[in-house]
Design a protein around this ligand. Structure first.
Ligand code: KG4
Ligand code: ZN
Length: 336
């Protein structure tokens, strides 16, 4: 089946066309430059940008996929979680297209999209029991996967998400916004043992995450330095990254021991982090768990192809919206 998918959950306007789980086009128009000077995403600017970009992005997605609206079998759109007024732009457009072209609508949870992004352009089969690790700008979650479409949150973040912590530390080091990737790059030149930041919740028997303590400890070190040399910055970045990833590995090890999964699905923007991937590979090997990673970097970031693949599985289960109003924005939606 041909699916047209839309995601406007945060600061990227994205539209994709998929044939089942195979991507024909996946257009992402980033608004980073519009938000950069504010050091973060400004909701009203995001809405304005989505409104400007949505039509050209959809047009381009159809063009590249070499299909027209009449060929499309279903329209998928993110209903949440995300910024309410940003989500609203994508939902209104999806409803308008569904109405005008008499197509069925499918509402998709953005985090389910990240979780299932490993199945985009892949022939992997889900093996059970399976677990998901979602690491993004707003989420840090370990998910129990009962089957596709049926999930339970085993652990989640109590304060700042991992991506948010990367972004805040990066900003304090003068690396701009969003700085997660730049921080990871700088860390390559640093000594990761130069600073002994505390591993959050170390030894605490939970699968939850916390990044505000380590972030505060890093900020204190930065503030106390009279002048920050390039080497200082690299050492801080490397030491922070080591501990931030160590925290994930602590939780994953505990979750593996507790749940004995055979498969781990990795998703979200932080999934591109090289150290995280390296440590996860090691841990998965030790526990004999098959690790699935999105096929490319673009599929880790916010993108509509992952929404399309989640919609494909919903269509297989006949989970179409009953009416237009069935798809309503849910900024605080959870995956389970
Ligand atoms: O999934 P995503 O594109 O958007 C959200 O839904 O949040 O994730 C974006 C996050 C940002 O916080 C960004 O700094 C972080 O992913 N990120 C990284 C790396 N590349 C992007 N964090 C750590 N290491 C990276 N290489
Ligand atoms: Zn996301």
């Amino acid at each position: 089946m041909l699916i047209l998918a839309i995601d406007t959950s945060c600061d990227d306007t994205s539209c994709a066309v998929l044939r089942d789980t195979h991507v024909l086009s996946n257009i992402i128009s980033s608004q980073t430059s519009a938000h950069k000077e504010w050091g973060g995403v400004v909701p009203s600017i995001a809405r304005r940008e989505h409104e400007l970009l949505i039509d050209p992005v959809i047009k381009k997605a159809l063009q590249i996929a070499k299909v027209s609206m009449k060929d499309i079998d279903a329209i998928a759109v993110t209903y949440g979680p995300g910024l309410a007024i940003a989500l609203g732009v994508g939902i209104a457009k999806a409803q308008e297209l569904a109405r005008t072209h008499s197509k069925p609508l499918i509402g998709v949870n953005h985090m389910e999209g990240h979780l299932l992004s490993v199945f985009v352009n892949n022939t992997h089969k889900l093996e059970l029991p399976a677990m998901g690790l979602l690491v993004s700008g707003n989420h840090t979650e370990i998910i129990h996967i009962e089957k596709i479409g049926s999930y339970r949150i085993l652990g989640e973040v109590l304060d700042d998400a991992i991506g948010e912590a990367f972004d805040k530390v990066a900003r304090a080091l003068g690396l701009g916004y969003p700085g997660g990737a730049a921080l990871a790059k700088l860390a390559e030149q640093g000594n990761d043992k130069a600073y002994n930041f505390p591993v959050p919740l170390h030894g605490v028997k939970t699968l939850d995450f916390s990044y505000s303590g380590i972030k505060a400890a890093v900020m204190r070190v930065i503030k106390e330095k009279p002048a920050l040399t390039q080497q200082d910055a690299a050492d801080i970045a490397a030491s922070f990254q080591r501990v931030a990833i160590q925290h994930i590995m602590d939780r994953i090890k505990r979750a593996f021991e507790q749940e004995s999964p055979v498969m781990l699905l990795l998703g979200g923007g932080v999934a591109v982090n090289v150290l995280l991937r390296k440590e996860l590979r090691k841990m998965c090997k030790k526990f004999n768990v098959k690790l699935l990673i999105p096929a490319n970097k673009k599929l880790c970031m916010d993108n509509a192809a992952m929404i399309g693949v989640a919609a494909y599985y919903k269509a297989q289960r006949n989970e179409y919206a009953q009416s237009e109003r069935d798809v309503d924005r849910q900024p605080g939606a959870t995956i389970a």
